[in-house]
Design a protein around this ligand. Structure first.
Ligand code: AHR
Length: 663
């Protein structure tokens, strides 16, 4: 069997991944009626030219060790309802007008948001449950339907809640199918609750697994013992296993899926969600720390309430647990289209950033806020080297940014000279660019169509100065229509751009795709890198996720020059060295197969390829995508054939991304 048919066969064999269900968005049909079998490889036309890549042993430039990272802000319920472990929605009635969102009465109990019975000064409402006087039901109470349901698996769930109301006896907490009424878990807790104060309880259970995500959590009492009474439920919380077993931690499954990306840094906490719509609704660090019952939450910029249970500590612990460098954004006067705070009026906010940094970095004994951090469970200062001043200040507030940046930089740098400060505006935007020092590290964001992204391939070749690309993605198709889930063509264009960054990573120090997560059907932005639903096996990597993972898991320390018989386009490449290993990345941004002959220094005996491609393209064209339960494209690992003359042969399908690596 020839190499071409071997690769085609493997290509075909690996193509049907995921269960067959109707895709959730329209897929283009192109071209119709093509059939093939293992003996008849997919009829992709060959490019007229084979591309020879002759990797040189030295002569490139150093690569920044933090090049591949992730960006996080709470958008698309990526925090609450996403990576944060807590599964109940609207558990603390936070944000504006929460009402009874996600709550319902069970068996004739009347429920209401009670603003007159606060749990704390931060959690100012609790759930009032009025037990009916005459009922034949065994149990009555309230149900929370989570973030469009909740996953129910055979694993340990921790339940936490406060209760007020004169009642001694059992309370039942359950996980129940909302439509099926199947009870997956039920646990009684003996309470001794009084009318004059809230009492805290916790319990756990291991449910039977549910076959779907249409599930709810129930809090129930015996109406015979409580007939006509009013009971208050305060800040209930339900956690499946958390990442690294942290209390108030991240969801284990989601966090581990992210960990596979091997991100070197985390840019946080936004994004627009850090800025707020007006100064008052900005992300306030000091309201996201300490016990969750003392965190008031806020109406996030993306139109829903943030509980802030995923707060400053949880972000920094996430960085610690995944060994990521935090790239921490601080507020310096710009809001989303709202008023800009500048000059003298900005000073109190800069003082607040100084307090924020003292909380993160201050000594546990000699600084007041370092002491508070220690009381909150982290005696040692958090790891922090990068602070970004603002977000996207080339938009609202551009003209005042140089002076706002300077005020912030002068104050922060005087106290923390060891930190690297990042300007949210790059050199690219001279009007808003702060020229305070020669080595300003700027931040560049790109949301582009695939062709536009590829057109930026040379962007960094003559770039002056240092840069991070703090947000980028291919967000529309080439005809301008929106991309629901990242397409093969879009992900390929991102790979071309990543090759551009990798080739210039002595200047491009960090980069991260954005946004990085969506809770399916609760999104404000599309496409997103990871998609999650509540049902089994719905945690889904978009094609962009696999591209990010491929680059991040095959990072190198220095680039190597490559001689070729071809110009860039439709094939793009970069070569790297990592210790004794060699790495070659290629992206085929075109609809023909390209045979690539790769000569690697030292004439190694073996090379392997991680390939992201799909023969579904024959049926549907390059706009195919992954969606929950319909994953078409993943990474496959294949050995490469070596020619007598020493080159490794990679028969690259159209619209494909690959990393070739030696042992
Ligand atoms: O990633 C989504 C948004 O895009 C970010 O919040 C903002 O920084 C950018 O405009």
């Amino acid at each position: 069997m020839s190499l071409k048919s071997l690769v085609s066969l493997l290509f075909l064999a690996g193509s049907s991944i995921g269960a067959a269900i109707e895709p959730r968005a329209e897929e283009p049909v192109y071209p119709k009626g093509v059939t093939w079998s293992a003996d008849q490889p997919p009829p992709f036309e060959y490019a007229h030219q084979e591309v020879n890549l002759n990797v040189k042993p030295s002569g490139g430039n150093k690569s920044h060790p933090l090049l591949w990272g992730i960006m996080f802000e709470d958008i698309n319920h990526s925090g609450d309802g996403g990576i944060h472990g807590q599964l109940l929605m609207n558990n603390g009635f936070q944000g504006i007008n929460p009402g009874l969102t996600a709550w319902k009465g069970v068996n004739d109990a009347k429920i209401a948001q009670d603003k007159d019975t606060p749990l704390t000064t931060a959690i100012t409402s609790t759930l009032k449950i009025k037990v009916p006087k005459d009922t034949d039901e065994e149990l009555v109470g309230a149900a929370n339907t989570g973030y469009n349901g909740m996953p129910v698996r055979k694993e340990k769930y921790n339940n936490y809640f406060w209760m007020k109301g004169s009642y001694k006896g059992p309370v039942t907490v359950r996980l129940v199918g909302s439509a099926s009424q199947v009870v997956y878990a039920s646990q009684e807790v003996q309470v001794d609750s009084s009318d004059d104060k809230f009492t805290y309880y916790e319990t756990s259970f291991i449910p039977e697994a549910s076959s779907d995500g249409n599930n709810e959590w129930q809090f129930l009492v015996d109406p015979k013992k409580t007939a006509g009474q009013t009971i208050h439920l305060g800040l209930p919380q339900l956690f499946p296993p958390t990442y690294k077993d942290r209390k108030n931690g991240l969801r284990k499954d989601v966090a581990e899926f992210i960990e596979e990306l091997h991100p070197r840094f985390l840019r946080l906490p936004g994004g627009n969600n850090m800025e707020g719509n007006i100064p008052e609704t900005r992300w306030k660090w000091n309201e996201t720390i300490g016990p969750v019952e003392n965190r008031p939450g806020r109406q996030g910029t993306w139109g829903y309430a943030n509980t802030d249970a995923l707060g400053l500590h949880e972000y920094f612990e996430w960085c610690e647990d995944m060994k990521m460098e935090p790239v921490y954004g601080v507020w310096v006067g710009a809001t989303i289209g709202g008023p800009i705070v500048e000059g003298e009026e900005l000073k109190p906010y800069i003082d607040d950033v100084l307090r924020e940094l003292e909380y993160i970095l201050g000594d546990k004994e000699s600084t007041e806020l370092g002491k508070l951090r220690a009381q909150n469970g982290h005696p040692e200062p958090f790891n922090l080297h990068y602070v970004e001043i603002g977000n996207e200040d080339w938009l609202n507030g551009c003209e005042q940014y140089p002076s706002r940046y300077k005020s912030a930089y002068d104050a922060l740098h005087a106290k923390y000279p060891q930190l690297q400060y990042i300007s949210s505006v790059s050199r690219f935007d001279p009007k808003c660019y702060p020229k305070v020092a020669d080595d300003v590290l700027g931040d560049l964001h790109h949301y582009l169509s695939p062709n536009d992204m590829v057109a930026h391939f040379n962007e960094f070749d003559n770039w002056e100065g240092r840069i991070i690309v703090g947000e980028y993605a291919s967000t529309t198709n080439n005809d301008g229509t929106f991309t629901r889930f990242s397409t093969m063509q879009g992900a390929c264009a991102e790979a071309v751009y990543m090759i551009a960054m990798e080739r210039n990573s002595d200047r491009v120090e960090m980069s991260c795709y954005a946004p990085f997560f969506e809770h399916l059907d609760m999104n404000q932005w599309q496409p997103n890198m990871i998609i999650n639903d509540n049902g089994p096996n719905t945690l889904t990597g978009s094609i962009s996720y696999y591209v990010q993972k491929l680059f991040s898991n095959h990072a190198g320390e220095e680039t190597l020059p490559v001689d070729s018989n071809a110009h860039f386009g439709p094939l793009y490449w970069s070569a790297m060295k990592s210790g004794n290993k060699h790495l070659v990345k290629v992206a085929n941004y075109g609809d023909k197969r390209v045979v690539t002959n790769i000569m690697i220094p030292g004439n190694p005996a073996n090379a392997t390829v991680d390939l992201i491609a799909s023969d579904d393209i024959v049926w549907h064209g390059p706009l195919i995508f992954n969606s929950p339960l319909n994953v078409k494209v993943q990474t496959r690992t294949l050995p490469l054939e070596k020619k007598q003359s020493g080159e490794f042969v990679l028969d690259l399908p159209p619209w494909a991304v690959a990393a070739v690596y030696t042992d």
